[in-house]
Design a protein around this ligand. Structure first.
Ligand SMILES: NC(=O)c1ccc[n+]([C@@H]2O[C@H](COP(=O)([O-])OP(=O)(O)OC[C@H]3O[C@@H](n4cnc5c(N)ncnc54)[C@H](O)[C@@H]3O)[C@@H](O)[C@H]2O)c1
Length: 287
């Protein structure tokens, strides 16, 4: 199968590409090397993929609707894994407009390019931060999630809603995966595991954003080939059906006293969403 992976130079996009290539798929990677973190990391992520003759890479931006249309028409992928985004909640508070441009408008460009070539299976990366603080716990995929607390989750929720309308109108088999905190090889240098590792190695004090709160905890999901994270995504792409998964290959990080819960949830745009828990296969009808 031929898969168009946006954000292929990023952490999750590059690991997903690797898993797909190892499975024998062809991957068309797309990324603009956004400078939010240093290009050298993204070059290293890609170097890990370039050995494969089944890997093609296009340097381009989600902002360029015409380029996306052209590349989709050229490659006519069977599936689209839309991992490219402006991530990071804190940064979004400083640069809110970039999140609208990339995560909302840019994602609309991807969906639009997809619907023009037929019905490729679409998997879109979203975030657990869409739940905000008003969603009852434990989180449910069909919760309203309509009180995002920063531009980043607001932009991802808007992307989800755009995807819903595309799935409804043009019958694109679509799955949105809401990641929580993911780490692993080729992880993001702005995230806590990388930052703390560096700080420990150079003997600096650890940065704790929630300092002052008595109980502070964060759960992390390890995404690597051994924990099958990318493979689960690859299965989503292959099947075009709903898979929800929780816990599993989880590493716990407890700060002070608490042990957090880690959840990975998937949302499929189907009335049958809630029946999809724990990896049950649904029908291919997703609108
Ligand atoms: N890592 C996590 O813990 C986490 C948690 C929740 C959601 N997510 C989501 O998962 C996806 C992947 O995240 P990641 O951690 O791999 O982030 P990442 O920053 O490593 O990867 C995102 C990639 O998108 C690219 N990109 C940004 N703007 C672009 C544009 N305009 N055109 C083309 N490419 C562009 C970047 O250059 C980068 O390589 C994102 O959608 C993110 O919002 C990640």
């Amino acid at each position: 199968m031929r898969v168009f992976v946006t954000g292929a130079a990023g952490f999750i996009g590059s690991r997903l590409s690797k898993a797909l290539l190892e499975r024998g798929d062809q991957v068309i990677g797309f990324d603009n090397f956004d400078p939010y973190y240093a290009r050298e990391h993204k070059v290293r992520h890609l170097d890990d993929l370039r050995d494969s003759s089944a890997f093609e890479f296009i340097e381009g931006s989600l902002h360029d609707a015409e380029l996306l249309r052209t590349e989709f028409e050229k490659w006519r992928p069977d599936a689209v894994a839309h991992m490219a985004a402006m991530a990071a909640v804190r940064y979004s508070v400083q640069h809110p407009l970039r999140y609208g441009e990339t995560n909302v408008q840019g994602s609309a460009h991807v969906l639009d390019a997809a619907r023009h070539i037929g019905k490729p299976t679409c998997v879109l990366a979203s975030t657990g931060s869409v739940y905000g603080t008003s969603t009852p716990i434990p989180f449910q995929e069909d919760a309203n999630a309509d009180r995002p607390l920063a531009p980043y989750p607001a932009s991802k929720r808007a992307m989800e809603l755009f995807a819903y309308s595309y799935a409804h109108l043009w019958k694109l088999p679509t799955t949105v995966v809401r990641f929580f905190n993911v780490y692993g090889p080729h992880g993001r240098p702005d995230m806590m595991p990388w930052q703390w590792t560096r700080q420990i190695l150079v003997g600096e004090p650890l940065t704790l954003y929630a300092a002052g709160i008595a109980l502070c905890a964060r759960g992390l999901l390890r995404l690597s080939s051994w924990c099958r994270g990318p493979i689960v995504l690859a299965q989503l792409i292959e099947l075009g059906v709903a898979w929800s998964f929780r816990g599993g290959e989880t590493t716990w990080v407890a700060i002070l006293l608490a042990i957090p819960a880690v959840v990975v949830l998937a949302v499929i745009f189907s009335p049958a969403t809630t029946q999809a828990l724990y990896g049950r296969r649904l029908s291919d009808e997703t609108s």
